[in-house]
Design a protein around this ligand. Structure first.
Ligand code: FAD
Length: 388
């Protein structure tokens, strides 16, 4: 028996985080789409737990190219997409101690090689920008003044609202349990009943390998890594709202202003099974210790704390493409720590590849080829996609 009417579509997307929502939005003009989310609310997992930075100076060269390809959407979204601006000025500062100067120079050279200009700062200039840094931790710096804060809520709900307006059916409390491909169509068993589709898109975030297994597709060996965030009040440093996102050259600490206080992370990457990630006391102690070593913050109160899973492929680049062996199964996974800033380009790319079109112009202009992001790169290059 076919599923009840309204429950079949050209494409079913599993996962309504930023990846699934952006794919639904860009696919909607070309195909009938159903978006399934296990939780009551879209964005409950990693998407709702990010540091909300858009920086063309963050991530590897592929990530940075995807970020540049996304900028136009962030700065000039389609009319009616969001009543709030998606970006707000922030800046991205890499600061270093004297002994970390080689790391700073290497990072600066790597970023500038792909065309993003950084301002090189002396220690005095670093401390003028972020007076909370101890002199010993502000030996030198590099600033990307174009980095921005993202309004993640506006972005996610802009995609979802726009998708629904174009006919996408969004089902929450709908967890995929098993999917079977008959040779022509998928039959999906979920906690909200049965669905069917021609193509299944796996946007399951930390669960992407599990979604594959439940669909009879081999896992890619993705690594969900936990990252912890605190928001704290500090008695000093009022009026710091314009400080940039400040990241140590060895990436062991970052902080930025947040709603009258500050947000900080020890930039931890602890392997975790897919789950509703929670912060560990040890990681909270670690970030406080690192803040007390590097800065003059007087941490009075930890106002909020959370953790989220950043899920990586072995090469730390994102994955968009049909599975090598199951051509009706599309991977949209491995967003790592960059799924927000790359979401427009990844959604555009997913819609183009699923629609059988060429690499979209926004990506081609950044020298990105659809093939380079496809999962087949793991088998062709022989990259062992083991846990990081
Ligand atoms: C602390 C932290 C800081 C970060 N900072 C940044 C940043 O500054 N900039 C940036 O760009 N990125 C940042 N990121 C990364 C970014 O948040 C992620 O890359 C992005 O949110 C991943 O989106 P997603 O849609 O793939 O995953 P998720 O948001 O986790 O969405 C996947 C969804 O799939 C659903 N799902 C899974 N299995 C099933 C199933 N069987 N059936 C139905 N639904 C299912 C889940 O419930 C979930 O809602 C950060 C992440 C963390 C944790």
């Amino acid at each position: 028996m076919p599923p009840p009417s309204g429950r079949d579509a050209d494409v079913v997307i599993v996962g309504a985080g930023i990846a699934g929502a952006s794919a639904a939005y860009f696919l909607a003009p070309h195909a009938s789409v159903i978006l399934l989310e296990r939780e009551e609310q879209p964005g409950y997992h990693t998407t709702g737990r990010s540091a909300a930075l858009f920086a063309e100076s963050y991530g590897n060269a592929t990530v940075r190219a995807l970020t540049r390809a996304s900028r136009a959407f962030f700065t000039t979204p389609p009319a009616g997409f969001s009543s709030a601006a998606l970006l707000a000025p922030r800046g991205h500062l890499i600061f270093s101690r004297a002994d970390q100067k080689p790391q700073l120079d290497a990072a600066t050279a790597d970023i500038e090689a792909t065309g993003t200009r950084l301002e090189r700062l002396t220690g005095t200039q670093v401390r003028a920008l972020v007076p909370a840094l101890h002199e010993s931790h502000a030996h030198a710096g590099a600033l990307d003044p174009g980095a921005q804060d993202v309004d993640v809520h506006a972005l996610l709900h802009g995609f979802l609202r726009g998708a629904r307006a174009q006919g996408v059916r969004v089902h929450t409390n709908a967890a995929l349990q098993a999917a079977e491909f008959s040779g022509r169509r998928w039959r999906l068993a979920t906690t909200a009943g049965e669905f069917s589709a021609g193509i299944l898109v796996n946007a399951g975030g930390a669960w992407a390998d599990e979604v594959a297994r439940a669909s009879g597709v081999s896992a890619l060996g993705l690594s969900p890594l936990r990252r912890t965030v605190i928001v704290f009040d500090s008695a000093r440093h009022t009026g710091a709202q314009t400080w940039p996102m400040s990241v140590s050259a060895d990436e062991s600490l970052y902080f930025r202003p947040e709603a009258g206080g500050f947000l900080a992370s020890p930039a931890d990457e602890t392997p975790s099974p897919p789950c509703d990630a929670q912060p560990e006391e040890l990681d909270i102690a670690l970030v406080i210790d690192r803040l007390q070593t590097a800065t003059t913050f007087d941490i009075r109160r930890v106002r909020a704390k959370w953790a989220g899973l950043r899920t990586f492929a072995a090469d730390r680049s994102l994955i968009a493409g049909f599975d090598m062996h199951q051509r009706a199964f599309f991977w949209l996974a491995g967003q790592g720590g960059y799924g927000i800033q790359t979401a427009p380009a990844m959604g555009i790319l997913a819609a183009a590849v699923i629609g059988g079109k060429e690499t979209p112009r926004a990506l081609a202009e950044q020298d990105l080829e659809a093939d380079g992001l496809a999962p087949r790169r793991f088998t062709i290059t022989g990259v062992a996609n083991k846990a990081v």
